[in-house]
Design a binder for this molecule. Structure first.
Ligand SMILES: [Ca+2]
Length: 220
């Protein structure tokens, strides 16, 4: 009986250690493959879903995808559009152009792509040099810092370490912002009916070489 008990204990220990090592391996693999999942994304939608966006197109240096908000009620789907495309370690440009069906206010929302496992890790991307053709956008290059140490004129709930202001990451100037799907940058602009607008921005994936943040992204 003693021998059987010892064998059973050994088996339990071996299985436990194997499962622990396997869990660690999966985590490391996930961290190393983050860049393949990362996308830059620009959402545009009318305030309070008041008007539709017509003849929407997207493009850029990356392979852009353009779609309407299929997750909304059918009556609102054409009032919210987005463009997205995968990014790597180099800066890539993404743009979306459209015509509002009525005059009013529109939100520009810079974010990363949606994915199901947001509790597991974040698909962080840097963004810089957002531009608007046809209208007025403030602080699109993120060089203006407000008193709260956040990018001025943008609505954003990111932490201070997500706002790079030392020139180490920026596409232009000294500043750019680290975002993901649930920590977007938001700015409201005024648009006029039947006028053509184009929103563009530059994106790149967070550098995987920085394992410190990559590890922080993995929820323990
Ligand atoms: Ca900048």
């Amino acid at each position: 009986m003693l021998i059987v008990a010892i064998v059973l204990v050994c088996v339990v220990i071996i299985v436990t250690v194997s499962l622990f090592l396997r869990r660690k391996t999966v985590k490391i693999k996930d961290v190393d493959t983050l860049s393949k999942d990362r996308s830059g994304r620009i959402d545009i939608y009318s305030q309070d879903m008041e008007f539709e966006l017509i003849d929407v197109k997207a493009g850029g240096t990356l392979k852009a995808r353009c779609d309407y908000a299929h997750w909304l009620d059918s009556k609102d789907q054409q009032k919210h559009w987005f463009a997205e495309g995968g990014v790597g370690s180099e800066w890539e440009n993404l743009w979306i152009e459209f015509t509002p069906s009525a005059s009013g206010y529109l939100f520009i929302n810079l974010r990363g792509s949606f994915y199901d496992n947001v509790k597991h890790y974040h698909h962080d991307v840097w963004v810089d040099d957002c531009q608007l053709e046809g209208g007025a956008l403030r602080n699109g290059d993120f060089e203006m810092i407000d008193p709260d140490s956040k990018p001025a004129y943008w609505s954003w709930n990111g932490s201070k370490d997500r706002y790079s202001t030392d020139g180490s990451q920026a596409h232009s100037g000294q500043c750019c912002v680290l975002i993901w799907h649930d920590i977007p940058l938001l700015q409201r602009i005024e648009v006029r009916a039947q006028k053509r607008y184009k929103v563009s921005a530059w994106f790149k994936a967070y550098a995987l070489a920085d394992k410190k943040r990559a590890k922080k992204e993995v929820v323990q």
